[in-house]
Every structure is written in C-alpha cells, then in structure tokens.
Design a binder for this molecule. Structure first.
Ligand SMILES: NC(=O)c1ccc[n+]([C@@H]2O[C@H](COP(=O)([O-])OP(=O)(O)OC[C@H]3O[C@@H](n4cnc5c(N)ncnc54)[C@H](O)[C@@H]3O)[C@@H](O)[C@H]2O)c1
Length: 348
C-alpha cells in the first residue's frame, strides 16, 4: 500500500522533504500546508492539494503520516495536532523551542502511544552508527576526549526569515543541535557544560559563534566550536556529503580519543598502535573504514515509513529529542550566564 504523507511547511527543508517523498515509491505527497505562497507553489509543482490551515488539512486529507518542517517554535503545536488525530509524524529538530513544550509533547506521546520521530537525520547515517558501535565495543578503550566543529558561512539572505535571527532560532538550536545529538548518541549523556557565545559579527539577538566545553557522565571531556559566519569546510553538512543542498568537501569534523585508539569522522579514520606497549614515539597505524554515508535523509524517510506501518519504534523519540534540546539549552544558558550548567537541572 502506498502511504499518504502530508507536509507542513514548504520552506528550505520542506521542499527537500517533498523531493524525497516524490522519489520514494512507498509514498505519495497527499497535501502541503503553509501560511505563505510557497505552500501553494510547492503543491502545484507536485500536483497535490494546498491548505493554508494545518488542522483543516489533517481533517480533510486524513494522511497516514505527516512531516513537520515549520520554524522551531511551531513544532510542538503541529505535532500535538497530529497526536490528537492519531497520525504519526516526523518533526524536524529541535523537537520544540522550549523544554516546557518538549515535556508536554513527550507526555502526550507516551500517554496516547502515537509515534513521533524527531528529524535528527544523522542517526540514520552508517558512519554515526559505526562510531557508536566501535565506542560500545570498547575499540577506543576508555573515552578520554572529544572534539567537534561546526564552522561555516551562511549567506546574508538566509536571515531574511526573521525566526532564524531570534531566540528560539540561532545556530545553536538550528545547527549545533545535530552535533550534540550525535555526541550523545555515540558517547552517552552530557552531564554539564560551559560556554562562551558571541554575536559580534552578525549582531543578531542570537549567537553567531560559540566555544563550548562539555563533561560526559562517563567522565570524558569535550570541546565544540561553532560559527555560522566563518569560511571553513569543518562542518558535518559539507564534510560528510549527506546534506541535501551543499557541496561535498570531505574533511573530519569529529575526533574521539580513547586510551586504545582514536576515531575521526566522517572520513572514518581509525588510529591505533601496532601493539599494546607502544606510545607516542611509535608511529600509529591509520585505517579507513569505508562507508556510504550519502543516504541519511532517504534512510530517515524509510525508517519513518516503517514507524507508520508499525514495523519500527522511532530511532529518535521525542524523549530523546528533548534530552538533546536540554543539552543545547544548557549551552545557551551557560553562554549567557558565564557559568557551568548541569543538564539535569534544565529538566527540573
Ligand atoms: N534536518 C535538517 O537537515 C534541517 C535542515 C534545515 C532546517 N531544518 C529544520 O526544519 C525547520 C524548518 O526550517 P526551514 O529552514 O525550512 O525554515 P523556512 O523558514 O525556510 O520554512 C518554514 C516554512 O514554514 C511556513 N510557516 C511558518 N509558520 C507557519 C504556520 N504557522 N503554519 C504553516 N506554515 C508556516 C513558512 O511560511 C515557511 O514556508 C526548522 O525547525 C529547522 O530547524 C532541519
């Protein structure tokens, strides 16, 4: 049976979701809802129905599943409208813009049992899955240190959409949240964070640059660097070749260093000594693990369809998305208040 998918939000990523749906034989694009002209244009392009109002679309078309690609502040409300109607949804990240909204959504999902998948698509990429597997198998020994970078230069007109310049938007919540989600997935929970943040280049209300220190519950320490105003290939989106509308410029952006070996992603460079008695005066062996990481978004869509058909539980649940959100909001708070923030304190 071909599943009917409705799309809410016809912006940058909504248009990519429409493209992914149209090239997947398991689904058809049933309708598009958006308050702007972009919604009608997209619906016409794919020969499907257009709605201004989200609830009207859900009631009129009764889709099998919904993809929510709205600005961050509208995610929870749209997901709630789907839950109320028993319709599974894939909600873009962050799961919500506040922890209060994320908690309400988590409570509704767990009470009503209607699945919601959060759009952290990198978890559907084999390099991220392999890194988690190697970490869990102990291939790196005891994890000691982690480094991650997300540095790139967004064009000025990207910020024409006001929500991207305002609290609830910003590159921590829009971009670095993916990296935090990957680090949680690979290394385990982050216990506490410290950060500097700056808006000195773009002068928006939200940050454009941040440097962050984190402590994992397993004792490992990490640093992250983020800027959306730096010319650099050191960001997952261009380095991994998984993003939908970016050039592929291979580089490593994550380093995981353990007492036995180091692993750098997305190039999957595994560095180790030849034997156990070696140390820094002995050359290291470098091993490449070859993986095709180009299909993260396609894999995510297939997984969502499996969730709709009851064949799988969401790989990224709303509760999981909430924990990633809590970590990012702890970083935002640490940057503003200039002090260490415990992630658990964010959740009360
Ligand atoms: N996973 C990814 O790779 C990825 C990439 C980009 C964006 N995102 C996320 O997707 C979401 C959308 O981002 P974007 O860059 O596409 O935003 P965008 O501003 O380009 O598009 C948002 C669309 O939502 C519409 N809209 C706003 N309020 C609405 C409402 N109340 N009802 C119906 N439509 C409404 C707007 O008219 C616009 O067309 C964000 O949460 C962002 O964080 C995820």
């Amino acid at each position: 049976m071909v599943l009917k998918i409705a799309l809410i939000g016809a912006g940058l990523i909504g248009r990519e979701h429409a493209k992914l749906i149209s090239s997947n034989p398991r689904v058809q694009l049933e309708a598009v809802a958006d308050i702007s002209e972009a919604g009608k244009v997209l619906a016409d392009e794919y020969g499907t129905r257009y709605f201004f109002d989200v609830r009207e679309m859900l009631d009129a078309t009764k889709p099998d599943g919904v993809i929510i690609a709205l600005p961050n502040a509208f995610h929870a409300e749209a997901a709630m409208a789907c839950i109320e109607r028993g319709i599974p949804s894939l909600v873009e990240k962050p799961v919500a813009d506040t922890l209060e909204a994320a908690m309400q959504l988590t409570e509704a999902v767990e009470r009503k049992g209607v699945p919601v998948l959060v759009g952290h698509q990198r978890r559907h990429s084999p390099d991220i899955a392999k890194a988690r597997q190697l970490m869990n198998e102990g291939a790196l020994g005891r994890l000691v240190a982690v480094n991650a970078m997300w540095l790139t230069d967004k064009p000025t007109n990207y910020f024409d959409a006001a929500w991207r310049r305002q609290p609830g938007g910003g590159p921590l919540l829009i971009n670095l949240i993916h990296d935090i989600d990957c680090l949680r997935f690979i290394c385990g929970e982050i216990e506490s964070v410290m950060a500097f943040s700056s808006n000195e280049v773009r002068s928006f209300e939200v940050e454009d640059t941040a440097s962050i220190s984190v402590k994992f519950t397993n004792g490992a320490l990490g640093t992250l660097l983020m800027s959306d105003t730096a010319v650099s290939p050191y960001n997952w989106d261009t380095a991994a070749g998984q993003a939908l509308y970016f050039p592929h410029q291979p580089e490593n952006t994550y380093v995981f260093a353990g007492t036995k070996a180091s692993l750098a992603l997305p190039l999957m460079d595994f560095w180790r000594h030849e034997n156990e008695n070696s140390h820094w005066q002995h050359p290291l062996l470098r091993q490449h693990i070859t993986l095709d990481g180009s299909r993260a978004y396609e894999n995510q869509l297939h997984h969502f369809l499996d969730v709709i058909e009851g064949k799988a539980e969401p790989i990224v649940s709303v509760r999981d998305g909430m924990l990633t959100l809590a970590t990012i909001l702890a970083i935002t708070k640490a940057g503003k208040e200039g002090r260490i923030i415990n992630v658990a304190d964010m959740l009360g």
